[in-house]
Design a protein around this ligand. Structure first.
Ligand code: NDP
Length: 283
């Protein structure tokens, strides 16, 4: 594994705190973008079946010449594949696309409480099979609220290793974040810079100026100091490098608090609401 800081999951595996996200990187560009990230030093990559670019990630890992064991690769179940047999087939396809006999982490991408009779528990039990047979080293969820997590705790065996949720200065998502922390579930913050929306905020630009870093580096550092896992996405090499250079400075408490106070609650959300999200890709 790389020299990046890592966190220990509730099942004993470790995860690098910084990774590279590939959402919205077109399939044909994913291999080159991921190769760039690997060259810069990233070893943790976050993809998903619904991103249609797992193959590019797998090709970049293979072409790196590094051992598969150097990498931490996450993928996520498609919203179209929540029924157990569909999930089993989809997971087989994920491993095939990635060209690997395992993933380090596999997630339910969305709970979809309005679909599949709201039965994300049966989907979770199917992921438990993938963990039991070793093809998913760790399993977790994404976009789960405390209510969804409580239901899993009552009706299944394995506690999710992570909950991947939207978190950034305009949407600090404190309730879910605190629930995760108190149940030994690691928080992964997706859209960590709100897809760029927080970068012009005057609080952030003035802190950036004071510490001699860019606004993106300041926001990413805020996540790291809060103890969350992040995987900013960029197709731009200079930004991929910039996002990696966040371990040579520290934010003081006043700066940390000033950034946290930018929270806009529900209005700050850029992505879907987990209670109502019902989008399913056409197969
Ligand atoms: P991010 O918050 O990572 O923002 C990405 C955007 O910011 C892109 O437009 C990128 O532009 C730009 N950008 C990146 N770095 C910089 C920088 N240093 N300076 C200025 N602009 C920058 O958004 P994402 O939504 O992509 O989230 C990151 C990852 O989280 C995803 O790739 C995915 O892995 C995961 N995710 C998971 C979700 C889920 O439901 N589980 C939902 C959404 C994301 P450009 O590429 O043009 O350089």
């Amino acid at each position: 594994m790389s020299q990046l800081p890592s966190l220990t999951l509730n099942d004993g595996h470790t995860i690098p705190q910084l990774g590279f996200g590939v959402f919205q990187i077109p399939p044909a560009e994913t291999r080159a973008a991921t190769e760039t990230a690997i060259r810069i030093g990233y070893r943790h990559i976050d993809t998903a079946e619904m991103y249609n670019n797992e193959r590019g990630v797998g090709e970049a890992v293979a072409s790196s010449g590094l051992d598969r064991a150097e990498f931490f690769i996450t993928s996520k179940l498609s919203n179209a594949a929540h029924k157990p047999d569909d999930a089993r087939r989809a997971f087989d396809r994920t491993l095939e696309e990635l060209g690997s006999d395992h993933v380090d982490l596999f997630l339910i991408h969305w709970p979809l409480p309005m679909l599949y009779d709201g039965d994300f528990v049966q989907t979770w039990r199917t992921l438990e099979e993938f963990k039991a047979d070793g093809r998913a080293r760790s399993i977790g969820v994404s976009n789960f609220t405390p209510a969804h997590l409580q239901r899993l705790a009552q009706e299944s065996e394995v506690t999710p290793a992570v909950n991947q949720i939207e978190i950034h200065p305009y949407f600090t998502n404190d309730e879910t974040r605190q629930f995760d922390a108190s149940h030994q579930i690691v928080n992964e913050s997706y859209s960590p810079i709100a897809q760029g929306e927080v970068l012009d905020d005057s609080t952030i630009t003035s802190i950036a100026k004071a510490v001699g870093k860019t606004p993106a580096q300041v926001v990413l550092r805020w996540h790291i100091q809060r103890g969350d896992v992040i995987f900013p996405k960029s197709k731009t090499e200079s930004r991929v490098r910039e996002n990696f250079e966040i371990f040579d400075f520290e934010l003081d408490n006043a700066s940390m608090n000033a950034i946290s106070s930018l929270d806009r609650g529900e209005k700050g959300r850029t992505g879907g609401n987990p209670d109502t999200m019902d989008w399913v890709p056409k197969s």
